[in-house]
Design a protein around this ligand. Structure first.
Ligand code: MRU
Length: 355
């Protein structure tokens, strides 16, 4: 199969926006109700933003970082200060509450650190500085996704099949997506002939969000049960597994949605490529390896019920870790907007971040 043009119209894929800043509120596309209802929930305080992040109204590592940045802008509305320094001291408790909303995705702490740094050097115009910084975080994320789409797609041979996990698209970012951005680019270029998405139990990000997003673009995708992945690989239908990341350690170990690790093991066994796509804001050089990452555990109700209706016998216990860590040895390539690292390790990750 021939590869079509390497460039394409990104705007064609930029229809969904999970985050909207109105000037006095943050509107979040409520992902708890997708795909059947597209309603936006307005937050008017940083604590409302923190609650929305915790409840998965907004989710996906880059998106929660962007939402938290706007949460800081809202926190600023609640205080008075003559300088950035003074504002920072007054807002610290609100920033801490935002930071505690979810522990695994480093983009949240990264975005808050950026907002803090902007404040620290701001003068009397600190409110405008904050707003500009939040806007920059959002704009840069979209640009990074476009760059990664091109870099990642270039690794894929024409006519390939791919499997993705969770949701890494416009819904999880400022737009276009990370792993899903590579898939969008790969499909547009004629490199990807078949797209499969795992349903991503228990919250069903794949079933509820990813296949819906692809449907909006007219990209044909097939949903599989998470447990069908190894069989899919064995039957030769996919040449790449393409996933996002919540935190990439200094040695390349990668935390992502629960189930990613077993996909990487199955991919290795079947000679299928394993690609991680994430902006450099997801790389955490302060975390040496995966064992140091805090893995979020959520309410077992997510596993024991469906749409608030219990599906499991009363009295049954469940364990619900929502992320896992894929060791770097199982990763074929990490794609960031700064470039691609093949067979990542501590040395190649350090070199990437120096670019
Ligand atoms: O619990 P979620 O839905 O926030 O988890 C999201 C993921 O694990 C994504 O794969 C990751 O954040 C990358 S999103 C571009």
């Amino acid at each position: 199969m021939a590869i079509m043009s390497e460039t394409f119209d990104y705007a064609r894929y930029d229809r969904i926006r999970p985050i909207r800043w109105t000037g006095d509120a943050l509107e979040l596309l409520d992902q708890r109700h997708l795909p059947f209802s597209t309603t936006y929930l307005a937050s008017r305080s940083s604590d409302e933003v923190a609650a929305a992040i915790r409840a998965l109204v907004v989710r996906g590592a880059p998106a929660i970082g962007i939402a938290a940045a706007w949460g800081v802008v809202l926190a600023a509305r609640a205080i008075d200060a003559a300088s950035g320094d003074e504002a920072l001291a007054r807002m610290q408790p609100a920033l801490d509450r935002l930071n505690a909303a979810r522990p695994t995705a480093v983009n949240l702490a990264w975005a808050l650190a950026r907002m803090r740094a902007a404040l620290a050097t701001a003068g009397a115009d600190w409110r405008e500085v904050l707003e500009r910084e939040a806007r920059a975080i959002e704009t840069e994320d979209l640009a990074a996704n476009h760059a990664m789409g091109t870099l990642g797609a270039a690794l894929i041979a024409a006519g390939s099949g791919v499997l993705t996990h969770c949701n890494t698209g416009s819904l999880a970012t400022a737009g276009f997506g990370t792993a899903l951005g590579v898939i969008r680019a790969g499909v547009a270029q004629g490199r990807i002939a078949r797209v499969f998405a795992g349903e991503t139990r228990p919250w069903n990000q794949g079933a509820r969000l990813t296949v819906w997003e692809l449907q909006q673009d007219g990209i044909d995708a097939t949903l599989i049960a998470d447990s069908a992945a190894a069989h899919l690989m064995k039957t030769g239908q996919v040449q790449w597994v393409i996933v996002g990341a919540d935190r990439i350690c200094a040695n390349g170990d990668t935390a992502n949605k629960i189930g990613t690790y077993q996909l990487a093991i199955a991919a290795k066994h079947h000679g299928v490529g394993f690609m991680v796509v994430a902006p450099s804001s997801t790389v955490d050089m302060a975390t040496a390896h995966g064992d140091e990452i805090e893995i979020e555990e959520r309410d077992s109700a997510e596993l024991l019920s469906f749409r608030d209706e219990r599906t499991v016998a009363e009295g049954v216990r469940a364990w619900n870790p929502v992320f896992d860590v894929t060791p770097h040895e199982l990763i074929t390539a990490i794609v960031t907007e700064r470039g691609v690292v093949k067979q990542p390790d501590a040395a190649s990750m350090a070199a990437l971040l120096r670019r």
